[in-house]
Design a protein around this ligand. Structure first.
Ligand code: PEP
Length: 248
């Protein structure tokens, strides 16, 4: 059985000193039997991660990337630039990007292509809004979002990580029940299996108010391969408790 993966999404939080304190506390609490783990940090701190985490069991990543390789795209950062900082993961299609920046399924699929070509693992986020869930559209929405990525990336699809993040659970304190999460993860697993003979390699993470209290029951579900953690990733104790739940 592959070990679970716990990824912290720091969002737009942090500072040089605060990052260093947080990483020190996380690293000193990690054991050799810990699950796989990473932190996805704001871009200006990637160099700091490279310095502080080189050789550590804690990997690092970015939270977004450009869909272009280079050129006149002021303010954007390409996947090859991320590679210069040895990032292992890049979150793509987070609901905050889809919502606040109007990212479409097609744009997310192109970003995934760029990330894969740079040899970085994309963490592709999918998830339905509260209105979509209430209208019984959860399955259609997450399948449509994932289909766009599968269609654009063909045989490379086994190199991605998927994160099921119901939008209504992100940063709200509302969490999908373990059964709700498992139901959607099983659907996503089937969709991936239909697309790739190597789908078993693909980790499907749950994200949405996962915390030290609810992590064990979510991570105990057969198709929940780990977690994408927002708020709780900013506390070393909480992040370590979630990692411990994933390491059993
Ligand atoms: C996220 O932003 O990916 C997330 C899951 O946030 P939170 O854990 O705070 O809901």
């Amino acid at each position: 059985m592959k070990s679970k993966l716990i990824v912290g999404n720091w969002k737009m939080n942090g500072g040089l000193q605060a990052n260093s304190d947080l990483l020190l506390a996380i690293q000193s609490g990690m054991s050799e039997t810990s699950c796989r783990a990473a932190v996805c940090v704001p871009l200006p701190y990637l160099a700091q991660m490279q310095t502080l985490l080189q050789g550590s069991a804690l990997a690092w990543g970015a939270q977004d990337v450009s869909a272009h390789q280079s050129g006149a795209y002021t303010g954007e950062v390409s996947a090859s630039m991320l590679r210069d900082f040895a990032v292992r993961y890049c979150i793509v299609g987070h609901s905050e990007r889809r919502h606040y920046h109007g990212e479409s399924d097609a744009l997310v699929a192109s970003k995934v292509q760029c990330v894969l070509s740079a040899g970085i693992t994309p963490i592709v986020c999918v998830g339905e809004s509260q209105t979509e869930r209430a209208a019984g559209q959860t399955e259609a929405v997450v399948k449509r979002q994932l289909a766009a990525v599968i269609h654009a990336n063909g045989h490379c699809i086994s190199e991605i990580v998927v994160a099921y993040e119901p939008v209504w659970a992100i940063g709200t304190g509302l969490t999908a029940s373990p059964e709700q999460a498992q139901d959607v993860h099983a659907l996503l697993r089937q969709q991936l299996q239909a697309a790739s003979s190597q789908a078993e390699r693909i980790a499907i993470l749950y994200g949405g108010s996962m915390n030290a209290e609810n992590a064990s029951s979510l991570l105990a579900q057969p198709d929940v391969d780990g977690g994408l953690i927002g708020g709780a990733a900013l506390s070393a104790n909480d992040f370590l408790t979630i990692m411990a739940s994933a390491s059993r």
